[in-house]
Ligand binder design. Structure first.
Ligand code: ATP
Ligand SMILES: Cc1cn([C@H]2C[C@H](O)[C@@H](COP(=O)(O)O)O2)c(=O)[nH]c1=O
Length: 198
């Protein structure tokens, strides 16, 4: 049986990196299989270039470059890890594009057209109160262009629309309310929702 492919998604600052890292740790402790933790944009030269270009690359060009990074991510990293018998946890995946590239001016249909061949993941959408997320972002010394273009309210709304879109395409989707819950509690909820891998 193939191993689990899990995407952690949600607005900027909601806690994706914290939860993805902790989930990978807990999953390695509780499952007989190894876990591969990864993220998008990737740590490859293309992904790093995108992280550094986000301020100057916009709209369609950025969406296509992110989709290319994702296609290579699947081909050279995610699928080989799954075939090697590892679970994969990714911090951001297709949903990030279905939300952030909309904020950057594209419509859902165009973004999906660049991403529709990807391998579906079991997706967990982290949600918190917009004021909690905004307070965290306000503490950051620097904000990215897309963080300042959007807002927690807008991202939460667009993530719900992305979930509806992917549900229509047969993806398994879970929304996880993080409000007032420690990272340990959030991860325990996610572990309870995961199917058993034999
Ligand atoms: N459940 C939680 N309760 C309280 N604080 C949390 C929780 N989850 C994460 N945090 C804190 O929120 C801040 C943002 O977390 P993190 O960097 O993981 O968010 P992110 O969604 O990955 O952000 P970005 O989208 O910018 O990459 C960190 O200071 C982290 O410690
Ligand atoms: C996968 C993905 C990422 N982005 C943007 C959003 C952020 O500016 C960075 C990632 O930052 P993080 O704090 O390390 O999560 O990349 C995007 O616009 N669209 C995407 O699909």
């Amino acid at each position: 049986m193939s191993k689990l492919f899990i995407a952690i998604e949600g607005p900027n600052g909601v806690g994706k990196s914290t939860i993805a890292t902790l989930l990978a740790d807990r999953l390695s402790e509780t499952s007989p299989y190894r876990v591969h933790l990864t993220s998008e944009p990737t740590r490859t030269p293309l992904g790093q270039l995108l992280r550094h270009s986000e301020a100057v690359m916009h709209g369609r060009a950025l969406a296509l470059a992110l989709a290319a990074d994702r296609a290579a991510h699947l081909e050279t990293d995610i699928v080989p890890a799954l075939n090697d018998g590892r679970h994969v946890v990714t911090d951001r995946y297709v949903q990030s594009s279905l939300v952030l590239q909309r904020i950057d001016g594209l419509d859902l249909r165009e973004i999906w057209s660049y991403n529709r061949y990807v391998l579906p993941a079991i997706s967990f959408y982290l949600e918190d109160h917009p004021d909690v997320i905004a307070a965290r972002l306000a503490q950051r010394p620097e904000r990215t262009r897309l963080e300042t273009t959007g807002s927690p309210d807008t991202e939460l709304r667009l993530y719900r629309e992305a979930a509806r879109h992917l549900r229509r395409h047969g993806w398994t989707q879970h929304t996880v309310d993080c409000h007032g819950r420690t990272p340990d509690k959030v991860v325990a909820t996610i572990l309870d929702l995961l199917p058993r891998a034999d």
